[in-house]
Design a protein around this ligand. Structure first.
Ligand SMILES: *Cc1c(COP(=O)(O)O)cnc(C)c1O
Length: 413
């Protein structure tokens, strides 16, 4: 894992982001602008803004200065060319498909997906946009699923909850060769641990609700255009949005359809909370990833734990792949206990580990997945995602590791 990235480094760029775009009144944090409308002394300017001939704000559903500052920060973090923020991560993912695809188009997706993304993709199936779900740990499965109608490939970096790692670089090369839009959901790894642009991603998704904001106190999502995809040959773009560099046409359409037409807009208050939270992202992600590795090793040695899924363990099927791709292995893991330990009793015995559905909080959270977040999809689909009934997902936080291990130790005793 290389940390020798070119200067200025990620943390420095991130911390000084708001200062890079003309600070207002010298304010170190971008102020929260709540106005939804904007006035122009010269009405010709207003017209120019509406016609996209001049940069500026027209209506809060489409643009806001506080949200723009957050978008610029995300673009810098991901090394992209532009970003659009959304009300949630799901709104970001939904807006990509909704904006770019038409009836009859086909998507190839990793089968190992965030549960709600899986549910959303099935809804697109009802609208005539078919999604094939394949094992994305092996690029040949993606290749076999591609049809003449395939427009887009969607993968997550480290899948939740079983932690399968997609063959990200090879899938990127395949998408480049076939001129397919390559969407990488970077939520679990964050831009601190992984740059999807480095494997050829066209669009990057981040749920800002998780590690990005990091405190479990604001929802948000974002799509970043890396600039690597040439949209000039993409058939589903409206003529109106084919302005500026061809590498940004896709995001322009996503913004118009997702924000202006669909209204999945992030609030300025949430944008502010997420931006402030993100300033400590690499400290939190590093601490949580260190904790996760130590806890995974402890669990792997424990006689009452049957299985541990964590890419940082040598026993993980994609451990070598993860080591080449990521700075660290993230803070998400899952375990199966021995048959005689009831998983609900175990969770109730934990003192510091909170039973909760979120991840990317500062606190360690745990949840029995088949009974909760993956309940609705049923046993067959769960089996295809490698999710056994007794699986417990652990979203490791930033507590002191000794206390976490002591807590697991007493709950397993
Ligand atoms: C949480 C999550 C999402 C959805 O984000 P929300 O902000 O909760 O809508 C998408 N992808 C992954 C991998 C997630 O963990």
């Amino acid at each position: 894992m290389s940390t020798d990235k070119p200067s200025p480094h990620f943390d420095t760029v991130n911390l000084h982001s708001d200062r890079s775009d003309k600070p207002e009144h010298g304010a170190l944090h971008k102020p929260i602008h709540t106005s939804i409308a904007f006035e122009y002394a010269d009405s010709r300017e207003l017209a120019a803004v509406f016609q996209g001939k001049q940069a500026g704000y027209n209506y809060g559903r489409q643009q806001n200065p506080t949200v723009n500052a957050l978008q610029n920060r995300i673009t810098r973090m991901e090394g992209g060319v532009a970003s659009v923020a959304f009300a949630t991560g799901m709104a970001a993912i939904g807006s990509i498909l909704f904006s770019l695809l038409k009836q009859g188009d086909h998507v190839v997706s990793s089968a190992y997906l965030f549960g709600n993304t899986n549910s959303l993709f099935n809804t697109f199936g009802n609208l005539g946009i078919d999604v094939s779900f394949v094992d994305a740990t092996d690029v040949s499965n993606i290749e076999k699923a591609i049809t003449p109608n395939t427009k887009l490939v969607f993968v997550e970096t480290i899948a939740n909850p079983v932690t399968q790692v997609a063959d990200l670089a090879k899938i990127g090369a395949l998408c480049a060769a076939k001129q397919l839009v390559y969407v990488v959901d970077n939520t679990i790894t964050t831009p601190c641990l992984f740059s999807p642009k480095s494997v050829g991603a066209s669009l990057i998704v981040n749920s800002l609700s998780k590690y990005f904001g990091g405190h479990g106190d604001a929802l948000g999502g974002a799509v970043t255009e890396t600039g690597l995809f040439d949209w000039s040959g993409f058939p589903n773009l409206y003529e109106n949005y084919k302005t500026g560099p061809t590498s940004q046409w896709g995001l322009t359409q996503i913004k118009k359809k997702g924000l202006r037409d669909f209204g999945a807009t992030l609030s300025p208050e949430a944008a502010h909370t997420l931006a402030v939270g993100s300033e400590t992202m690499s400290l939190r992600v590093k601490r949580a990833s260190d904790n996760a590795l130590a806890l995974a090793r402890f669990c792997e040695e424990h006689p009452r734990v049957r299985t541990v899924n964590y890419p940082g363990l040598a026993s993980h099927p994609q451990h070598a792949l993860a080591t080449t791709l990521f700075e660290q292995y993230g803070a998400l893991m899952s375990i199966e206990l021995d048959a005689e330990v009831d998983c609900f009793d175990f969770l109730n015995r934990l003192q510091y580990v909170v039973s909760s559905s979120n991840l990317g909080d500062t606190r360690t959270l745990a949840i029995p997945v088949a009974h909760t977040i993956f309940y609705e999809m049923g046993p067959q689909r769960r089996a295809s995602m490698g999710i056994p009934d007794s699986l417990i997902r652990i979203a490791v936080g930033i507590e002191h590791i000794d206390d976490l291990i002591a807590d697991f130790s007493q709950a397993l005793a």
